[in-house]
Design a protein around this ligand. Structure first.
Ligand code: DAH
Length: 342
């Protein structure tokens, strides 16, 4: 019996050698392992053996069967152009005792800039508040002096949700709640993601980040605003930056300004990034409108304050020289994983 098993194995090996297509291979499998195959046949002959011999021969036939199965599978992969043996041989020995090494992750540039700016304001005594992305129209508009039908609502292409809520178009939507929560005096920043229904290009996105800031006290003036902005920007860019204020209209501030910084790419000489003006618009701001203070429950006879809406995404673009705003949401790790703060 043992000799017979040995012969079957040799016979199989010889036949396998000559096979060069998968149909022949399948036929070979049936011939040896099929219902009436040679190996199946020899299994059925076991019943003619005595118990001792059966115990001895059984494992031999099993080994033969597994051998044939494995060879057929390997040949199948080889015919498909997948040489398992070659692959296994090419693998480097694996050292199981080696400590695991994970690929290093990275922070998104918006996270980096947000944490950096938060830290700067925290060190100047500001609190940091989070605020939902879905708000109601009162929060987003009315409570900050943009009544219904006011033309200023058209300045922001709002996403309206079916439950009569809106996606926050600006972080100013949190001003009213935060004034009501903390009262005056107040020093707070509140970063967040904002949404606008815009056509996208290299400088416009439907989703972007802002950081709103408010300082309210009994003697706050425009010079306080300039001071805090200058400190923050020179910390972010690690050098003194020149800023200028231009008049700007926003219903929630009076007077309102556009704060520009000198273009850091050309040093103010004019280049394509600053549209040859030497300046980049970074942070609209102003003195909080008395109506807004009042709606926030703050005595506007006693207190004044400034507010600003820093473009976090724009700041990140400048700090990290990212030319296309769409890169932020692209999920492209080759671009997004190269930034870090020093
Ligand atoms: N919320 C305004 C916007 O996104 C930006 C802004 C302007 C915020 C002036 C302010 C401000 O706090 O004082 O268009």
């Amino acid at each position: 019996m043992e000799k017979k098993i040995e012969d079957i194995k040799t016979d199989f090996e010889n036949k396998l050698k000559d096979i060069s297509d998968s149909t022949d291979l399948e036929n070979l499998r049936v011939k040896f392992l099929g219902k009436k195959g040679i190996v199946t046949e020899i299994f059925s002959q076991m019943k003619n053996l005595g118990p001792l011999e059966r115990k001895k021969i059984g494992p031999f036939i099993n080994v033969l069967k597994n051998f044939i199965l494995k060879e057929i599978l390997q040949k199948k992969e080889k015919l498909r152009g997948f040489d398992l043996e070659k692959i296994v041989n090419s693998l480097k020995p694996f050292d199981v005792s080696r400590p695991a090494k994970f690929g290093g992750g990275s922070y998104h540039p918006i996270t980096l800039i947000q944490e950096e700016v938060e830290e700067i304001f925290r060190s100047m005594g500001f609190i940091i508040e989070e605020f939902p992305e879905v708000v109601d129209e009162y929060q987003c508009f009315e409570s900050i002096n943009i009544p219904e039908h006011h033309p200023a609502r058209d300045m922001q292409d709002t996403y309206y949700l079916s439950n009569s809520k809106v996606l926050k178009t600006h972080t100013s939507a949190a001003q009213n709640d935060i004034m009501r929560k903390y009262g005056a005096p107040l020093k707070a920043i509140f970063p967040g993601r904002c949404f606008r229904n815009e056509s996208t290009d290299s400088s416009h996105e439907t989703t972007f980040f802002q950081m709103e800031g408010m300082m309210i006290d009994d003697n706050v003036s425009i010079s306080n605003l300039i001071y805090f902005m200058k400190i923050m920007l020179s910390e972010v860019f690690k050098k003194a930056v020149k800023i200028r204020l231009r008049p700007g209209f926003f219903p929630f501030v009076e007077p309102g300004f556009e704060l520009d910084i000198e273009c850091l790419i050309c040093g103010g000489n004019g280049c394509s990034s600053c549209k040859n003006s030497g300046w980049i618009e970074l942070c609209p701001c102003g003195m909080i409108h008395p109506n807004v203070l009042e709606m926030g429950g703050i005595d506007n006879k006693k207190y004044t304050g400034f507010a600003f809406g820093l473009g976090l995404t724009r700041l990140a673009m400048m700090k990290y020289s990212i030319k296309d705003i769409r890169d932020f949401n692209s999920g492209n790790l080759e671009i997004l994983s190269q930034f870090f703060n020093v």
